[in-house]
Design a protein around this ligand. Structure first.
Ligand SMILES: NC(=O)c1ccc[n+]([C@@H]2O[C@H](COP(=O)([O-])OP(=O)(O)OC[C@H]3O[C@@H](n4cnc5c(N)ncnc54)[C@H](OP(=O)(O)O)[C@@H]3O)[C@@H](O)[C@H]2O)c1
Length: 291
């Protein structure tokens, strides 16, 4: 039976996540903010991992107001900086809490540059930061099983030309940063599938998500003149945009681990995204960077 994941705010929630612990990256705004709020509303203890407490306070306040209890915590996390990712994971692990749900949601698009550790900026944040975070929390996830990892990817992965290992170590090349965004989202889908394979039988399942085209701050770099084009593509509000993440966090069958979802249903990702050898190669490359 499908449980409703898009309950109106004024309705009581049926699903009880009391005793469950979740960590959501990029939870101060957009899809991540709604995801964190909805998990907290169902009783989960939620950690909001973001770059700025000031920008996260409204989300923390909203959760406290809706749930009538503090129940949500802030963790500092800059995914463009391995030291920050390590400190964030360390702080979470030191809390002694189990971890039942990790939502790798944060992401940027249309920006150019290099991460603190010398990677193409979008790849560094969208893939490498989350790769490291997941690796550091992996043991805790396994110890807390049944547990889930949901990685917010994008349908844009299907236009990625492939993974050019040398280019991933250089500053953003394209003028718009859009090609690099597609590449980072291909990496998200490959990572999620490989994680699912590696954790098979552990009780930890892994899902990659396309949330739809959602009206969030991710489009802040898109010139205003082009924004009406997004509307033509059926722009969703963040509440709608969080539904597939919540579906994978709460309901998707465990045996569908490693799969890719859109509109709360299984979808087939691109051919490249299904390439197990490429996924294994990306994993080795990511490990090499960290070593
Ligand atoms: N919106 C869409 O149409 C769409 C479509 C497909 C996929 N997605 C994916 O959905 C996910 C959520 O995006 P959204 O649409 O909700 O966008 P958003 O409103 O821009 O939220 C993105 C979040 O990522 C955080 N972030 C960016 N760089 C970071 C860094 N270096 N370290 C830590 N956090 C960082 C942002 O923090 P700050 O507020 O501090 O910048 C923000 O919390 C992303 O992975 C995105 O690629 C979105």
């Amino acid at each position: 039976m499908n449980l409703p994941v898009d309950l109106p705010l004024n309705q009581p929630v049926a699903q009880d996540l009391t005793g469950r612990v979740a960590l959501v990256t990029g939870a101060n705004t957009g899809i991540g903010r709604i995801t964190a709020r909805e998990l907290a509303r169902r009783g989960a203890e939620v950690f909001l991992a973001t770059r700025s407490l000031a920008r996260t306070q409204p989300a923390l306040d909203e959760i406290a107001q809706l749930t009538g209890r503090p129940g949500a915590h802030w963790l500092e996390l800059d995914l463009a900086d391995f030291a920050s990712v390590r400190a964030c994971a360390q702080r979470f692990l030191a809390s002694g809490r189990p971890l039942h749900l990790l939502v790798n949601n944060a992401g940027l698009g249309g920006q150019r540059g290099l991460s603190r550790d010398g990677l193409e900026l979008t790849f560094g944040v969208n893939h490498m930061g989350h790769f490291l975070l997941t690796q550091l929390l992996r043991e805790r996830l396994v110890a807390s099983a049944p547990a889930r990892v949901v990685t917010v990817a994008s349908r844009a992965h299907q236009w990625a030309p492939g993974l050019d290992w040398a280019e991933l170590r250089r500053p953003t090349r394209s003028l718009t940063g859009i090609r690099e965004y597609m590449v980072s989202k291909l990496a998200n889908v490959l990572f999620s599938a490989e994680l699912g394979r590696q954790l098979a039988g552990s009780g930890v399942s892994s899902y990659a998500v396309h949330p739809g085209v959602v009206d969030t701050e991710i489009w802040r770099q898109v010139p205003r003149l082009l924004r009406p084009l997004l509307k033509l593509r059926g722009l969703r509000d963040p509440e709608q945009g969080a539904q597939t993440t919540l579906y994978c966090a709460l309901q998707a069958p465990q045996h569908e681990t490693g799969c890719y979802y859109a509109d709360s249903a299984l979808k087939t990702p691109s051919k490249l995204a299904q390439d197990q050898r490429l996924a294994a190669e990306l994993w080795r490359f990511s490990e090499q960077i960290l070593s």
